[in-house]
Design a protein around this ligand. Sequence first.
Ligand SMILES: [Zn+2]
Length: 284
Amino acid sequence: MNTLLAIAYGFALLWGALWGSFLNVVVYRVPAGLSVVHPRSRCPQCLAPITWWQNIPILSYALLGGRCASCKNPISIRYPVVEGVAAALSLAVLAPWLPVLLSDTVEPWRVLVCVLAEQAFVFALLAIALIDADTFTVPDVLSLPLPLLGLGLALLCGPVRGVEWKDAGAAALVAGGGLFAVQWGYAALTGREGLGTGDVKLLAGIGAFLGLRSLPAVLLLGALQGLAFALAYTALSRDAVSSRGLSSVRHLAVPFGPFLALAALQWLLLHRLADKALAAWFGG
Ligand SMILES: [Zn+2]
């Protein structure tokens, strides 16, 4: 049984790393409006095509010493980091489903649907977070499919995951509608846009995957972590601020998408552990 687990974990890591490699392409090309399948990957600096052995997740970066094989310019460390994070997320999504699979209480195909859909969700969150951090935009092509995927998953596996289709649908509507109202109110009061419409679509997708119960926690965790980041960033760049004047602080813009995505990941991966800890705390 241990061998079986090791094979499953190894496969999940490899699967995630391969998706991470593809996400690097998505993050680079989608904001530029380029196709993610054509042309083949090239070095952004010398445009030399990247051969298959230079394209193995994480490993190629180490083998090449972090430099392009033709022009020897450094390759961003972000590529292997994204591949590593995607591999870890893939494993983290799979791990809690293996006991369900082995317990034989749920049809194996439903477990597979849950694992693949949750992995698609976390990979989309990772790509959205990176693109929003780079460009202050959540691309529709990544955010709009999420509510549909979440609803589809709830229809197929609602009882298994504990997020039924009514819950998923209501959460998508509440999240999308509620955040849209806040956005509209903020814009009406201040005359400037505080939240992007991309955040609204993203939160609707998060609601559809994680259900109504997740929304207060996701919003709170996302806002607190975003605020902590903004404060730390302001404190660290105080010298830069004093030279530019105080107005740069008031207009410091931090994209909300990466923090919403982070909070959604934390809820997906940790809320069952938190529930158990709370139950043990109050039960014991
Ligand atoms: Zn090159």
